[in-house]
Write a protein that binds this ligand. Structure first.
Ligand SMILES: Cc1ncc(COP(=O)(O)O)c(C=O)c1O
Length: 398
């Protein structure tokens, strides 16, 4: 008999009752050190007092107002985002997937308004993840996500990850946009080098294609800059944001330049909940903290510290780990074993981590994690790796 919950997830048998900062506390009181943060969502940790105050204050005033009225909380957050980024305008969604849908629609509308409605091809990269809607799975194109869901939305072509020569060969007057994550999350914490991002921007400029960046996982301070593309000194035309922006409250956004967004006139898109006062009150509190240069510098410093300790783990467990990769506090350990074995061994050490593709273990702690917690996390990961190592056939031990 099918479960009451549609069984689309492989869930661990763990249920958390509450959280405090970097700690998730199970129903039996066991404290787990959380290096997953809801997969890069709880950017400011669990039950952050500033976010609890913003949410409860708003909850006591008004929960929901339709977008047929002005929503001052939404206006404030949009202004903060416009002020802090390349963007001239923002549309709020409830998730990253919805942001991806709008980004795709915006690209199509842009070329339609430019008198080239047939210009629909969006170039993406293998290993991409933009969500699970029909448009987002067509954009990513991976067998695992699209199997059984055809026919797919047309207009996407996947290129090998980071293959600039393939991009040069594929891009042309038929290209509507290039869409990518500056750091692939689900794809295995794969960083697009700054020089390549600059080259992609230049290729878009020379052909007129729009550059769409998906910063759902890499954004909101995770890499030590407000958005990861800032490291390369470039700006996209359209950007998707979600996860960290709501700190755990469902919120997403599409940010765009005026030029890219100009055809999106009244009636061209909408959402019942998108930009609701509760979500935007929390989003404003998150932005107020995360966009501060001192906060971002701390993320960079703690990211470097964690990375250095992880390099030590790789050296200590060469049969388990191959390399560290990532940026800031968006880090991955490329494994020589199944990363899910490490996730499970982590549970035994009361440590939460997340597996990703390309044999990678993801570490996405709250950006507020302390130095002591980083040391504790690495000690637990060390014990988890030792347990996995002990279970390996003898000849693969280092
Ligand atoms: C880069 C990226 N884009 C889009 C999404 C989809 O976001 P959501 O699950 O909020 O719909 C995700 C989720 O993991 C993501 O990592």
């Amino acid at each position: 008999m099918i479960d009451a919950i549609l069984p689309t997830y492989n869930r661990a048998d763990l249920a958390f009752e509450r959280g405090e900062g970097a700690w998730a506390i199970a129903e039996d009181g066991t404290r787990y050190l959380d290096l997953g943060a809801g997969i890069a969502v709880n950017a400011l940790g669990h039950a952050n007092p500033a976010l609890v105050a913003a949410l409860t204050d708003q909850a006591s005033r008004i929960w929901h107002v339709s977008n047929i009225y002005r929503i001052p909380q939404q206006e404030r957050l949009a202004e903060m985002l416009v002020e802090a980024t390349f963007a001239d305008t923002v549309f709020f969604t409830n998730s990253g997937t919805e942001a991806a849908e709008l980004a795709i629609k915006m690209v199509r509308k842009y070329w339609d308004a430019a008198g080239e409605p047939e210009r629909i091809e969006i170039l993406t990269f293998e290993g991409a993840f933009h969500g699970r809607s029909t448009g987002a799975i067509a954009a990513a194109g991976s067998e695992k996500m699209v199997k059984g869901y055809g026919p797919l939305m047309p207009g996407f072509r996947q290129l090998p990850w980071g293959d600039i020569a393939a991009l040069k060969a594929a891009i042309g007057p038929q290209t509507a946009a290039v869409m990518l994550e500056p750091v692939q999350g689900e794809g295995g914490i794969r960083v697009m080098p700054d020089a390549d991002l600059r080259e992609i921007r230049a290729l878009c400029d020379s052909t007129g294609a729009l550059l769409v960046l998906d910063e759902v996982q890499s954004g909101m301070g995770r890499t030590g800059r407000l958005f990861a593309h800032e490291w390369a000194g470039i700006a996209p035309d359209i950007m998707m944001v979600a996860k960290g922006i709501g700190g755990g409250f469902p919120l997403g956004a599409v940010l765009a330049t005026e030029k890219a967004a100009l055809p999106m006139t009244a009636g061209s898109h909408g959402s019942t909940y998108g930009g609701n006062p509760l979500a935007c009150a929390v989003g404003t509190a998150v932005m107020g903290i995360v966009a501060e240069p001192e906060f971002l510098a701390e993320v960079g410093r703690k990211g470097a510290l964690l990375r250095q300790r992880l390099e030590g783990l790789v050296a200590a467990h060469p049969a388990v780990f191959e390399a560290v990769r990532g940026q800031g506090l968006m880090l991955g350990l490329r494994c020589r074993v199944a990363p899910t074995d490490l996730v499970k061994a982590g549970y035994d050490q009361h440590l939460l981590t997340v597996a990703a593709a390309d044999n990678t273990l993801r570490l996405l702690p709250p950006l507020t994690i302390t130095e002591d917690e980083i040391a504790e996390a690495v000690a637990r990961l060390d014990r988890a790796a030792t347990a996995v190592e002990a279970a390996l056939p003898t000849e693969s031990h280092a």
